[in-house]
Design a protein around this ligand. Sequence first.
Ligand code: ADP
Ligand code: MG
Length: 694
Amino acid sequence: MNVPELFGENVFNLKVMQERLPKEVFRSLKKTIDEGRLLDAKIAGIVANAMKDWAVEKGATHYTHWFQPMTGITAEKHDSFISPTKDGQVIMEFSGKELVVGETDASSFPNGGMRATFEARGYTAWDPTSFAFIKDGTLCIPTAFFSYSGEVLDKKTPLLKSMAALNQQALRILRLFGNTSAKRVFPTVGAEQEYFLIDRKMYDARRDLVFTGRTLFGAKPPKGQEMEDHYFGPIKKRVSDFMRDLDVELWRLGILSKTKHNEVAPSQHELAPIYTVTNVASDQNQLMMETMKKVAGKHGLYCLLHEKPFAGVNGSGKHNNWSMCTDTGINLFDPGNTPAENGQFILFLVAVIKAVDEYQDLLRLSVASAGNDHRLGGNEAPPAIVSMYIGDELAEVIDALEKDVQYKGKGKGVIKLGVDTFPELPKDTSDRNRTSPFAFTGNKFEFRMLGSTFSIAGPNIMINSIVADELRQFADELESAKDFNVALHDLVARTIREHKRILFNGNNYTEEWAKEAKKRGLLNLKSCADALPHFADRKNIEMFERMRVFTEREVRSRMEIMLENYSKVLTIEALTMIEMGRKLIYPAVNGYITELCQAAESKERLGISAQSDRELILKLSTDNTRLYEKAAEIEKLLAESKNVCGAEKVARYFADKILPVMQDMRAYADEMEVNTDKKYWPFPTYGDILFSVS
Ligand code: ADP
Ligand code: MG
C-alpha cells in the first residue's frame, strides 16, 4: 500500500486544483481559500467544470451540496451531472452557479420556529476553505446552509463567523506585540473520537439499539471493565481489520487519521486524527463518523457512537483539542522563550481563563444532550461543573503574576511581563489530569466534555466566540495604554485575580470538588434541562451579537431546537421501553414463570420441597407486575406531557417526571434478567454484546 499516493485521492485539493486549473484561476482560488472569502463568480464556471471532469474520471455521476443542518448530522441531496442533448443523448455538466449556490427545501429541517413552510426556501453556499470530495460516486461540496433572508440554519455558518471574529481580535493583540507579519489567525482542532464496535447481529437483535442508539435495559455482566485489561490492550483481529480499512478510507478522503487504540470498556476504541483548521476538522469529524459506520457494516460489525450505549460501563466521548495558529505557522499557545513571547502567551492564556469563567454556561450547554447527561459527572467524564486545569508549573507563574511575588525557581525578583523571561515551561503534552473538563496540555487546550456523537461545530463556535470577545476587551484596553508593559502587567494581574476561581488542578470526580466549586460560585448545571435555557441569557446574546456570530433570534431558535431535541430523544426512549417491556420482557418472564409453576407442581406431587421455585415465582411475578405498571405510568406521563407548554417546560417535565420512572422500569427488568433462564430472555445481554467481537 502506498499511503502518500493514496492520501487525499478522493479530494479536490490544492494539488489537483493546481494541475487542472489555468494559472490565474488557481491563483485567484488559492487567495480565496487563504483569506477565507467567497468564491469569485467570474472563475466559478471554470472551477466547476474542472471539478466535474475530475470527479467523472473518478467514477462520480452525481454531485451534492453537503451541509450540516441542526440535526447534528450531515444532509445531502444528490443531483446527477447529466444534461440532455438535442439528439436524445446526455452529456455530463456542472455549472459555476450549481457549484456556488444550491437551493433546497428548508422547512423540513429543524429551525426552531424560524421558518414557516410558506417561505421554505433554503440556500447552500460552498465553503471553499473546505475541499470538495468524492463519496460513494458523488461529488460532495461542503456548504453553509441559510434561509432566503440570510438567517443561519446550520452549524457551519456560525462556526465560520466565530473563526472570523477570533481572527480579527487575535490579530489586534499580535500587532500590539509588534507582530506585523501574520495576516491571519485561525483556531486549530484535533478531535479524538471514541466508539464501540459490536457484532451486527447483536445490534439487530436489540430494538433499543436500533431505535435509540443505546441499551435501555441490561443487567451488569459478571465481567465489565474492572480488570482494566482492555485499555491499550492488544487489538483483536476483526477489529484491526476494520481499523485498517477505516484508515484507508479516511486517508483517501484526506483525513489525517493517526492514532488508534482500545479504550477502557470492552469493545470500546478510539481514533485520533492530526489536528487541522477548525472548520475542516469539523467537516472531517462528521465524515469520519459516517465512514466508521460504513466500514463497520462491511465487516459485519456495528459502530455505536452514542455517548452511553451501556449503563455501568464507560461511555464514549470526544476530546476537542483546541489551539490558535497564525498563517506564519506560530502556535499562539506555545509558551515562548523571549520576554515578548512570554507576555503574549500569558495574555492569550488569561483571555481563555476569563472566557471559560464568564461563559461556563455556554461551554456546558454546548455539550448538553440527552445522551451526554448520562456521562457527565458519572466518574468517567468530567463533571457538569466547568473548570480549567493549567498544571502546577503554570499555576505558579500565574500566582506570581497575580501577587507580584517572586516566581519559585526563578531567583531574581518578580516577573515583569514583556520584560523578563521566565524559565521554560514543560511542554509535556501528556495529561496529568484526566478529570478536568478544560485542560491546558502544553500547547493547546483539551475540552473533554463532548459526547461522542456530537458535531464539534457547536462547542467550537462557543470557544472561538468567547475567546474572541475577551481578546477584544484586552485589545481595547491595551491599544489605548500609555505604557504598554505596565498596562499589560496590570491587565493580566487583574484578570487572574477576578477569574482564578475557575482554575482547579485537583481531582474533578470527587464530592469535595463539587462542594468547593459551589463555594466558589461555579455553576453546576446537571442536566440539559438545567443547562440549555442559559443560551438565551442576556450576557450571552449580547456577546454573540457583538461577535456577529448569532442574532438574538438565532440564539433563541437554536435553544429551542436543542430543548426540543432533548424531549424528542426521551420520548423515543420511553416509547421503546414500553414496547420492549410489553412485547418482549413481560411475556418472556411469564413464560419462565409458567415453567417454574409446572416444575413446582411436579416436585410437590412427588413430595419434594419446591420452596426455591415458589420464592422465584413470587419474586419474578412481583417484578413483572411492577414493570407492567411502570410502562403504564410512563404512557400516562407521556400523554400528559402534551399539555405542557413551551420547549423549556417540556424538557423540565421529561427530566423531572418521566426520566425517573424510566429508570425505575429499567431496574425491574434488569433484576428479572438475572433471575430468568437465559433461553427465555428475549434479547442479547450485556455480556453477549460486549464480548461479541473476537
Ligand atoms: P491524549 O490521548 O493524551 O489526549 P492524543 O495525542 O491522543 O492525546 O491526542 C491529541 C490530539 O490533539 C491529536 O488529535 C492532536 O493532533 C491534537 N493536537 C496537537 N496539537 C494541537 C494543536 N496545536 N491544536 C489542536 N489540536 C492539537
Ligand atoms: Mg485526550
